[in-house]
Design a protein around this ligand. Structure first.
Ligand code: ADP
Ligand code: MG
Length: 615
């Protein structure tokens, strides 16, 4: 930008735009940068000492917004105008969130379509992308104020289980906030980068990242080699977090004091005091306070008993993640602790005991993701040439081919950016268009996978079937966004689309897709063989029928009759879905038709030669 400014956070002179790292959290968000002088990542701190900005947006009657703590204060008085946990809605359709609609005090809209959810506030409709963009705008504004510099480029983190639609929505929110989002990276990847794990060449490590936030829990098993972060498994519960600890304690006191559940104000007061007590107990043995006029107290032991079932659930998820990754505990080299709720001593203790390892927990757990995003931003800015960073595709990408088969162009866990291409052709004579359907998933039949997009290549000049050469190219950019293009090579007719899925999968669906591909692997191989055999048989029947229609007079009565019988027999085999029988009868039909086909073609060729004029 050519502007010179003093960076208040680091005291150094700032001559260019800084690329920031942003943790856009469900509960809290924050910005971090890498200090120019020391190369250390730091979280940006307000004058009041706080680094975290609650991910809450309040809308007043005139549509003016406030974000962060000021918005949080309105939660109680104006719940229908105060939007929290919007991250849960990113890239989702109403059907994905309807089971949890009760978790939102504001109005989440079902417009009866499969498109993205909206939120209604005072008669106006907002998309989760817009709502998130208010949070990002606020973070950008604060960062610019603190850094006295332009902030226009950012790296934003998302959970490892976010799918394309959710990542794209996050990227769009950034764009809407006036940020050029250079990269979307996984939260566990960021956390491990903050600790410098996996940043060196030739490093080979397997780590667990345990992230317990305000309302969500996830654990990821990462395998890191040569700067490639591969997510081996992720598990967790998107409705389990520190908030549940607060409610457990609030309920305990409520019962103790004999408070009726109907009183909203006192219930909210209970919850606020419970969170305060929980945080206090992370450092002290006993909390004493008041709810209204009444005294309340809680010891660490009592608190631990209340939250033990919650913590146990996170440990079960760790077991599941290890199982899904096909690993035992002793294969884990390091355990990284992420999220404000990992400050709870029982959590620390339980995780350490389960993995039997020292934990990486020296950095602030609620800042560690943003710090890692800043490290990534610094790498992208070219300041850190030591590190290299690559990501991989979470699910395979491919297109539908004959018989509804999935033809994979880019397999799961491929490094990105990535490019792959393959040639296809037409099935019918004179076919002028070709529909290319793009799918994501691990199953052999596209109907079991997820459709991402459809591209129509039109204007192919008339040619006999099999002659056009259509090259389909997949390009996955560094953010995991897919671009598909199709070109008919003989004529140069081309089409391109950027794949922006209309709505997302639920976390459970992504998990199910991966599990399905494992459980159905055997069955899929069988199905694929049958589909391939059937496709070939069907083509054989079509060609034969066409041939007979054109050259009936060149065939003997007997030839025609046998052919018809064999076609019928093949059709029966197809109907019976018997692969071996289909293959056998296809071969038989071929044997029957070959002699006269050759004879007729030879004759036709001679005729053609005769008629040809030599100029
Ligand atoms: P998210 O990733 O969901 O945005 P955070 O990582 O910021 O969330 O975690 C927020 C949660 O951490 C809240 O439930 C908060 O009460 C909890 N938390 C913050 N500090 C402490 C502490 N000292 N002890 C226990 N819990 C804490
Ligand atoms: Mg978080």
């Amino acid at each position: 930008m050519g502007k010179v400014a003093i960076n208040l956070a680091t005291g150094s002179i700032q001559t260019e735009d800084i690329i920031v790292g942003i943790d856009l959290g469900t509960t809290n968000s924050l910005v971090a940068i890498v200090r120019k002088d020391s190369g250390e990542p730091i979280a940006l701190r307000e004058t009041d000492g706080l680094t975290l900005v609650p991910s809450i947006v309040h809308f007043d009657e005139y549509g003016n917004t406030s974000v962060g703590n000021t918005a949080k204060e309105r939660l109680l008085k104006q719940p229908e105008r105060t939007i929290y946990s919007v991250k849960r809605l990113m890239g989702k359709a109403y059907k994905d969130v309807k089971d949890h609609a009760g978790a939102f005090a504001y109005n989440v809209i079902d417009d009866d379509t499969e498109s993205l959810v909206k939120v209604e506030i005072g008669g106006r409709f907002y998309t989760p992308i817009e709502l998130s963009s208010y949070i990002l705008k606020e973070l950008k504004k604060r960062a610019e104020h603190l850094l006295k510099a332009n902030v226009s480029r950012a790296v934003i983190t998302v959970p490892a289980y976010f799918n394309d639609a959710q990542r794209q929505a996050t990227r769009d929110a950034g764009r809407l906030a006036g940020l050029d989002v250079l990269r979307i990276i996984n939260e566990p990847t960021a956390a491990s980068l903050a600790y410098g794990i996996g940043a060196k060449h030739h490093e080979d490590r397997t780590i667990a990242v345990y992230d317990l936030g305000g309302g969500t829990f996830d654990v990821s098993i990462l395998h890191i080699t040569n700067g490639i972060f591969e997510v081996l498994a992720t598990n967790g519960d998107t409705y389990l977090g520190g908030d549940d600890m607060d409610s457990a304690l609030a309920k305990h006191w409520q019962a103790q004091l004999g408070i009726e559940a109907g009183d909203k104000t006192i219930m909210q007061l209970l919850r606020i005091t419970a969170e305060e007590a929980k945080k206090y107990l992370s450092k002290h043995e006993k909390f004493e306070g008041t709810i209204g006029e009444k005294n309340v107290s809680i010891t660490v032991e009592e608190f631990n008993a209340l939250i033990k079932p919650l913590v146990d659930r996170t440990i079960t998820a760790c077991e599941n993640a290890l199982r899904d990754a096909g690993l035992t505990k002793d294969k884990i080299d390091a355990v990284v602790m992420v999220g404000g709720s990992t400050r709870v001593p029982l959590v620390q203790h339980s995780v350490k005991e389960f993995f039997g390892k020292e934990l990486y927990n020296e950095l602030n757990p609620d800042e560690v993701v943003a710090l890692g995003a800043a490290v990534q931003a610094d790498i992208l800015a070219g300041n850190n040439k030591e590190m290299l960073l690559l990501d991989v595709t979470p699910l395979s990408l491919g297109i539908e081919t004959m018989g509804g088969l999935m033809d994979v162009l880019i397999p799961r866990n491929s490094k990105i950016p990535n490019r792959a291409g393959r040639q296809y052709t037409t099935q019918k004579d004179g076919q002028s268009g070709m529909r290319i359907s793009v799918f994501q998933g691990e199953r052999d039949l596209v109907k079991d996978n997820r459709k991402l997009a459809e591209l129509n290549l039109t204007g192919i000049p008339g040619m006999p079937a099999g002659l056009p050469k259509v090259e389909v190219t997949f390009l996955v950019d560094a953010d995991g966004i897919l671009k598909v293009s199709a070109t008919e090579l003989r004529s140069g007719v081309a089409q391109t689309i950027e794949v922006k899925p209309q709505y997302g999968l639920t976390d459970e669906e992504v998990e199910r897709m991966l599990l399905d591909s494992l459980t159905h692997a055997k069955e899929d191989i069988g199905t694929r063989a049958l589909v391939e055999a059937t496709t070939e048989a069907q083509q054989m029947i079509d060609t034969t029928e066409k041939f007979i229609a054109n050259y009936r007079e060149s065939l003997t009565e007997e030839e025609a009759a046998t052919t018809v019988t064999h076609m019928e027999r093949l059709k029966e085999a197809i109907a019976a879905a018997d692969k071996d029988l289909v293959q056998k009868r296809t071969e038989e039909l071929n044997e029957v038709s070959r002699p006269y086909a050759e004879r007729v073609m030879e004759g036709a060729l001679k005729d053609a030669m005769k008629g040809k004029k030599i100029v």
